[in-house]
Ligand binder design. Structure first.
Ligand code: ADP
Ligand code: MG
Length: 243
């Protein structure tokens, strides 16, 4: 299909003898918001990390925006520019201001001038509600604010898809919402997103698709409301009772 943006073709990933992704087939289309859930160790982070080359697949093929991750270093660099990633632990550059954190990528990766990158960074900080924090360093920001800077930073490279790995898991409950709201707005603008999260409310409201992973395989793939309200197997039912 022409609007396919990510395609896993029989993808496996081993760490030594450990099989972490087990012949995964998955097609994600433009504009989808795919929520990925599953027990700890089921391969969710690894699946995300394979998309932007933080991990290398060991079997099958993975196509991102028409390019194979097996296509070599130059292609992989291009793929990385199409996939923005947001981590549980924010991972901001601690010695840089919020503005510098956001402006860094577009200068390095997209070849923008310093002033162009700063203008873009200001625009993106405003978009995540942090215009007035532009000159603050991460240590001066709350966890929720740091994560919003991290989202702005990922957006700054103009990715085609955004990957979120438990973006609110390190945050106090009252700070989770401000991050989820930014993600909700992004989804409403049509951004393609793959989100590992335990926030089932978000999954139901914002997700267009929910995938339950188990032992490196996709065990359930359906509409969030359907599969959350009516888990199709006992393991997923059990999982949902514990999140
Ligand atoms: P999840 O995000 O669903 O909790 P992960 O994708 O992080 O799962 O991990 C899946 C499995 O792969 C786990 O058993 C984990 O210990 C293992 N694993 C992840 N990264 C590595 C690595 N770099 N080296 C060896 N094993 C790893
Ligand atoms: Mg994980």
């Amino acid at each position: 299909m022409s609007d396919t943006i990510i395609q896993f073709r029989n993808v496996s990933k081993h760490f030594g003898p450990l099989k972490v992704l087990d012949e995964v087939d998955l097609e994600i289309h433009k504009g989808e918001v795919v929520v990925l859930v599953g027990p700890s160790g089921s391969g969710k982070s690894t699946l995300l990390r394979c998309i932007n080359g933080l991990e290398q697949i060991t079997g099958g093929d993975l196509i991102v925006n028409g390019m194979s991750v097996l296509g070599g270093n130059k292609i992989m660099r291009e793929i990385r520019q199409e996939a923005g990633m947001v981590f549980q632990q924010f991972n901001l550059f601690p010695q840089m201001t919020a503005l510098q954190n956001v402006a860094f990528g577009p200068q390095q990766v997209r070849g923008l001038s310093r002033s162009e990158a700063r203008a873009l960074a200001k625009e993106l900080l405003a978009k995540v509600g942090l215009a007035e924090k532009a000159n603050h360093e991460p240590a001066e920001l709350s966890g929720g604010q740091q994560q919003r800077v991290a989202i702005a930073r990922a957006l700054a490279i103009k990715p085609k898809v955004m990957l979120f790995d438990e973006p609110t898991s390190a945050l106090d409950p009252e700070l989770k919402q401000e991050v989820l709201n930014v993600m909700r707005n992004l989804a409403a603008e049509g951004m393609t997103m793959v989100v590992v999260t335990h926030e089932m409310g978000f999954a139901k409201q914002v997700g267009t698709r929910l995938i339950f992973m188990e032992h490196g395989k996709i065990a359930v793939d359906g509409t969030p409301r359907d599969v959350i309200d009516n888990p199709p197997n006992d393991r997923m039912k059990d999982f949902l009772q514990h999140v």
